[in-house]
Ligand binder design. Structure first.
Ligand code: AMP
Length: 492
């Protein structure tokens, strides 16, 4: 059927085909990231480097630091890991008492140097740099509106929209412009900005992504996770609240609540997989303890007679320990990980990913041979990793292989900053558990229930976003956004 609803004019101009989906693919906007900021330290960039080092798990594709001394900005960016990009001489080129930094996750679409953050501009209000974690669901719609007014974008990153909105704002202070801009974007932002006067950090009212406030003697810090503070010997002060904006400058720390309040929707998947287990996020809750609780709950819900419980390392370890504790079945390391290989999702091609599992993991026959094995992983996305793992365990001599997943089936993509594939590629969106079991060749497969997951997570269930498990998105989409995100195909 032909398209019957109105496509925004700017959009059809870009695609050149009013009746087709936009050429911009949803993959482009999947930016999982780490952010860091510091004000009031003579070694601001060195500390930012260390903070980014601790936050490497949140993004391995690219990294950048911008420092400032009140007059000038200094910038160093590169594609690759923190340890590879920042040498002593690079860090020497980043003077100043304040800095922000960013690690960017690998994505299927946009591996482009232009997208490496922090993004920097010089405009009527001086220098400005921005580091963003999260996804904005109305970024493309806003971008086309801004372009219609003559804005020239330098990158394909959704985050650049925030910069343009700041520049276009009519408010008369930089802070008011930042607030004005952030009030226009919809979606997830844990954002850190560097100005000539200080650091601004803000978190959307849903609180999708974490953002923490720290203190190191006289300096203030912000970071995606507390593990960054631990490395620096800084104190964790508190979480930056959903809907809060803070300014770090010579006056110290000033807090504002400039965004309309709403029910929080913090990402439960941060607990399941994404955050580092030694971090505390979402109101000082320990990720490790939560992951273990998920495993204990899973043992209650999906017990099976077996000889040994093994994790898929590293992310499955706490849940497997919890499962072993809850089930009374001994825990062993049956799979050994090569720590010099990144997370499997780094490789964008399916074919490489298949290979990647073998590079990354190897089975220990002494643990597995002749045994009934429970293997615990935190999540099952496409199913390709699990399939390889089950085969590997069987090959090492296991008699039975029972796969246990410490989260519910993932049925819908994330639009708020976790890199999930399209719905079609999510195996649980179109297959029953029995079909998935068959595909991964396990003797049995069980997932944690949604209620079980929310019971194990700290606080009240209503404070979490569970959209990837339920398809219940906390922010409703406009038709234009549905189009942009590939949720609505006008040709059907
Ligand atoms: P799959 O082969 O797609 O089923 O991959 C599942 C594995 O990917 C699990 O071991 C998870 O720990 C891991 N995983 C889950 N979500 C993500 C993500 N967003 N990025 C990278 N790895 C992930």
């Amino acid at each position: 059927m032909a398209n019957t609803h109105k496509i925004p004019p700017a959009l059809s101009r870009v695609t050149g085909h009013a009746s087709r989906l936009p050429l911009i693919t949803p993959d482009k906007f999947h930016d999982e990231c780490a952010v860091f900021g510091i004000y009031g330290h003579k070694e601001a960039s060195n500390l930012t480097y260390l903070g980014l080092y601790a936050l490497q798990h949140r993004g391995q594709e690219a990294t950048g630091i911008v420092s400032g001394d009140g007059n000038h900005f200094y910038v160093e960016k590169g594609m690759g890991l923190v340890a590879d990009i920042y040498t002593k001489s690079v860090l020497k080129r980043l003077p100043g008492h304040m800095a922000i930094g960013h690690n960017r996750y690998s994505t299927a679409g946009g591996s482009d140097f232009k997208n490496v953050q922090p993004l920097i501009v010089n405009f009527a209000f001086g220098n400005l740099a921005l580091a963003h974690n999260g996804n904005l669901i109305n970024a493309t719609v806003l971008r086309h509106e801004l372009e219609a007014y003559g804005a020239i974008f330098q990158s394909t990153s959704d985050s650049e929209v925030i910069i343009h909105l700041i520049a276009h704002s009519r408010a008369d202070t930089l802070l008011a412009r930042v607030i004005d801009a952030l009030n226009q974007v919809r979606g997830a932002f844990s954002v850190v900005l560097l100005t000539d006067d200080g650091v601004i950090a803000a978190r959307d009212s849903y609180g999708f992504r974490p953002l923490c406030l720290g203190r190191l003697r006289d300096s203030w810090l912000v970071a995606s996770e507390t593990c960054a503070f631990d490395l620096l010997g800084a104190d964790y002060v508190r979480e930056i609240e959903p809907g809060e904006l803070i300014v770090l400058d010579e006056k110290g720390m000033t807090s504002y609540k400039p965004f309309p309040p709403t029910r929080p929707a913090m990402c439960v998947f941060e607990y399941v997989y994404f955050a580092r287990p030694d971090s505390r996020i979402f109101g000082a809750n320990a990720v490790y303890a939560t992951r273990k609780a998920l495993g204990r709950q899973l043992a209650q819900e999906a017990w099976v007679e077996a000889d040994v419980v093994i994790p898929v390392p590293d992310s499955g370890v706490p849940a497997a320990l919890g499962y072993a504790e809850g089930s009374g079945i001994p825990f062993e390391n049956g799979l050994i990980r090569n720590h010099y290989v990144g997370r499997t999702f780094i490789e964008p091609e399916q074919s490489i990913r298949h290979f990647g599992v073998k590079i990354k993991l190897n089975a220990v026959p002494e643990v597995l041979s002749g045994k009934r094995v429970v293997v615990v992983d935190d999540s099952l996305v496409r199913g390709t990793t699990s399939r390889k793992i089950v085969k590997m365990i069987r090959h090492a001599g296991a008699k039975e292989v029972h796969m246990r997943i410490s989260s519910p089936p993932i049925i819908s993509p994330c639009f708020y900053g976790i890199d999930t594939p399209t719905k079609r590629e999510l195996i649980a969106s179109s297959h029953t558990i029995q079909e998935i079991r068959k595909y991964i060749t396990a003797d049995s497969l069980a997932y944690l229930s949604l209620d079980g997951m929310l019971k194990a997570a700290p606080g009240v269930p209503q404070q979490y976003c569970t959209a990837c498990f339920t398809e219940r998105y906390p922010i409703s989409f406009t038709r234009a956004e549905e189009l942009q995100l590939g949720l609505f195909d006008p040709s059907h």
